[in-house]
Design a protein around this ligand. Structure first.
Ligand code: NOJ
Length: 772
């Protein structure tokens, strides 16, 4: 029988298989040849100035710029790309100037920060990572891509894949948290979501991994601050998500702002040439972050603008992103021509960079189809499926941190509950439910927690609202220009009156739902905070509410872990919703009332207080581990353990893990084994658990972290249902970059393995890896 199958297979392969394979590779080669020919032809017609123009990308904000600021530049071929144009009519207008009125008719490439949605806002990236669900992340980014593409945007400055281990850093909200393995999975999923099989296909965008590299490690959590990262940490922690994005076919990369080991990332040839191109074989193009080229002078790295252009260009930045007419930027347009005339940059070097940009434009199909169909925008944006997915995404990203006495889920139609007080400055804030980088959605359509609860419980339950306090805190968002200013802070009299109003409303209600956290602009770019305490008087409000003897549910809306140590031991139920997006209020109500079961898990270690920062689970063991009690590396005045470990999150049901085993207890270097575990739903509701595999290499050429995540899977189990989960552990998972050997190594050693529901999992076994 087997023989028969094999013979049939061979015949089929001989008849059809090989020719198909051959035909496929021929057509791929032909496509490449014809692409090369088209690019060569164009390059041969271009003046130096026109080539330099293709390396120039400028911002355009319709809010405060006139088209005349950019149109002459487009016509003269001095601008190759624009960002922040989101109006399809303006996109078509500018594109017309490029393809009908410029000499060589080269289309413009329009880019935008499509970070977690465009018209439909999905949960912020840190929240999406909390879903531990790469398939969901991919789907969400494909929706975001289709909405942006509908207006003519062809390129997104996402995913941001910076590892962040300091929650003071505002941009922690934009990434997948602290872990390279989870970060890599999220990076690849986002690239697939944006680009699909081919970024030119309908509804897709070209993706851009950023910020290359090490931006999350800025000193003290201050944005843009210098990062000092030893090679071992760079390769093992900060680079894996970028490498995963490259392997997933990401089309472009953005250089970061900060100094990495004293060399600004935008002038860093080690990063942009050695790692990105030589080690990883990256074939796309590199764009600078905004103004980053000119800012090489500000860094004290380049002598002047011309030197900045030289250093960025020769380090490997192909395209400069800048503000038109700004004094700092436009280094390429103002200097490259002269640098070529002087022979400091060769024409071949210039052609190499221009080729990458033109290739991207050809591959995106811009030469064949430069315009966008304005009549189709509304239908794509109003697709109800997008809102449905945003709601599912928000449900799946929420993390249940505490649920004493199973206060949650609340029961719809509970005869003991006739009134609910929804309290807190974020309970009815449409602006804050969305999170940073939400620019072109219809803010009115965002659903707040108050609205979600009202819709959920219907008219039989009285739902009343009071903000209680005002989050007045000093910060200056760079985005007020787009988002508009916040209302003036409350006066002292107003503060007292509003606080009293909230207390008396809560006193006369049966259940209190308190919604606290941060304004959307408190995280994101240029939004670092020295403290992770609940801003303003929110803790006071929380204490006052908790003192009323009523059931209190705390819902957090925020972009970073916050100090909730008081709540963690005094409030029965805490749900971390993050900034959950357009459908956030509905999703929160779904979870609070049991129409959805929480299953999200923390993608970051949650500190008890600011003083514990930086705190992350994958640290090395010190000479004096805490168990020793006397000579220990701990602080004496605070505990060393976090408030909640990495990977943590509760459900409305319970799970047990058992029977952890590896198919091999011993294997050779280079081999792999399966690791299996049984997971059972031991509670009474259907729920979702994330099985997480951690490893520890006990000894080797370098010390290894106490634990490292090496596999995970989110699964749904009905009550009493049991499933065996399988992970593969082999060379990719057991290899690391050794600071001693200065190379990637897989070493013979004994490994501890754990599988469980978070980074403190106790179910363990060992694996011995011996010499090949
Ligand atoms: C600066 C930010 O650092 C970057 O992430 C963003 O893509 C650009 N501005 C463009 O908005």
């Amino acid at each position: 029988m087997r023989l028969k199958v094999a013979v049939c297979f061979a015949v089929v392969m001989a008849l059809f298989g090989l020719p198909v394979v051959a035909r496929m590779s021929v057509s791929k080669t032909q496509r490449k040849l014809s692409l090369d020919r088209r690019v060569d032809e164009l390059l041969s017609q271009m003046t130096i100035e026109e080539k330099v123009g293709q390396l120039n990308q400028v911002f355009y904000f319709k809010q405060f710029m006139k088209p005349e600021i950019v149109e002459p530049g487009i016509r003269e071929g001095k601008i190759g790309s624009l960002l922040f144009v989101t109006d399809p009519a303006i996109i078509n207008r500018f594109q017309k100037v490029a393809v009908e009125n410029s000499r060589l008719k080269i289309p413009l490439l329009f880019g935008f920060d499509v970070i977690h949605g465009f018209r439909t806002i999905f949960p912020v990236p840190l929240a999406m990572a909390s879903s531990w669900d790469p398939a969901l992340v991919e789907q969400a980014q494909s929706v975001a891509a289709s909405e942006a593409r509908a207006v003519g945007i062809r390129w997104t400055f996402a995913p941001m894949v910076d590892i962040a281990r300091d929650p003071r850093w505002g941009r922690i909200v934009e990434g997948a948290g602290e872990d390279p393995f989870l970060g890599a999975r999220m990076a690849a999923a986002q690239v697939r979501g944006f680009q699909g099989q081919d970024p030119s296909s309908p509804g897709r965008l070209l993706a851009c991994m950023k910020h290359f590299a090490g931006y999350g490690a800025g000193s003290g959590g201050r944005d843009y601050d210098s990062a000092y990262i030893a090679d071992a940490e760079l390769y093992n922690v900060y680079l894996p998500p970028f490498k995963a994005a490259v392997d997933a076919g990401v089309g472009s990369a953005m250089s970061a702002y900060m100094d990495l080991n004293d060399v600004p990332a935008t002038g860093n040839a080690f990063l942009l040439r050695d790692v990105l191109r030589k080690q990883w074989g990256f074939k796309g193009f590199v764009v600078s972050d905004a103004e980053a080229v000119g800012n090489l002078v500000t860094h004290g790295f380049a002598e002047d603008k011309s030197d900045a252009a030289y250093r960025a260009f020769t380090a490997g930045v192909d395209l400069e992103m800048s503000f038109p007419g700004n004094a700092i930027s436009n280094a390429y347009t103002s200097s490259l021509t002269k640098l070529i005339a002087e022979g400091r940059i060769t024409k071949d070097q210039l052609d190499e960079a221009v080729r990458r940009i033109l290739e991207a434009k050809f591959k995106l199909g811009l030469f064949d189809n430069p315009y966008v169909d304005e009549s189709r925008v509304a239908a794509i944006h109003n697709n109800p499926e997008h809102r449905r997915l945003a709601r599912v995404a928000a449900q799946r990203s929420a993390v249940l941190l505490r649920n004493e006495g199973n206060l949650l889920p609340l029961v719809k139609g509970d005869p003991k509950v006739s009134s609910v007080a929804v309290i807190g400055p974020l309970a009815d804030s449409k602006r804050d439910i969305r999170g940073s980088w939400s620019f072109v959605d219809d803010i009115k359509s965002a659903v707040t927690v108050l609205e979600g609860i009202r819709a959920k419980v219907g008219s039989s339950v009285k739902v009343e609202y009071a903000p209680g306090v005002d989050i007045a805190r000093v910060y200056q968002s760079p985005f007020v220009i787009i988002q508009g200013p916040r209302p003036a802070p409350w006066t002292e009299t107003q503060k007292r009156a509003e606080f009293e109003k909230a207390v008396s409303l809560a006193r006369s209600s049966d259940v209190i739902i308190l919604v606290l956290g941060e304004h959307e602009e408190m995280s994101g770019e240029a939004a670092s905070q020295s403290s992770i305490e609940l801003p303003g008087q929110q803790l006071e409000l929380l204490k006052a509410m908790s003192g009323l003897g009523k059931p209190v549910v705390l819902v957090l809306i925020n972009g970073r872990p916050l100090d909730i140590s008081w709540a963690a031991s005094n409030v029965s139920a805490i749900l971390e919703a993050w900034h959950p997006g357009s459908e956030g209020g509905n999703a929160v109500a779904d979870i609070l009332y049991g129409d959805a079961t929480p299953g999200g898990k923390l993608p970051v270690t949650w500190p008890r207080s600011t003083a514990q920062i930086p705190i992350y689970y994958a640290h090395n063991i010190t000479q004096e581990p805490e168990a020793k009690k006397t000579f220990t590396s701990r602080y004496w005045d605070i505990p060393s353990s976090p408030q909640y470990p990495f990977g943590y999150g509760l459900s409305y049901t319970t799970f047990s893990f058992s029977n952890l085993r590896a198919t091999k207890s011993e294997m050779r270097v280079g081999e792999s084994t399966e690791v299996m575990v049984d997971v059972e739903n031991t509670g009474r509701r259907t729920g979702e658990e994330v099985a997480q595999l951690y490893i520890h290499q006990r000894y080797g050429s370098a010390s290894r972290p106490v634990r490292e995540l090496k596999g995970f899977e989110r699964i749904t189990l009905a009550p009493g249902q049991k499933r065996t989960i399988r992970f593969t552990l082999g060379k990719p998972e057991l290899t690391y970059w050794s600071g001693a050997v200065k190379e990637w190594v897989q070493e013979p050693a004994v490994f501890d393995l754990w599988v469980g529901a978070d980074a403190t999992a106790s179910l363990t076994t060992t694996l011995r890896v011996v010499k090949r």
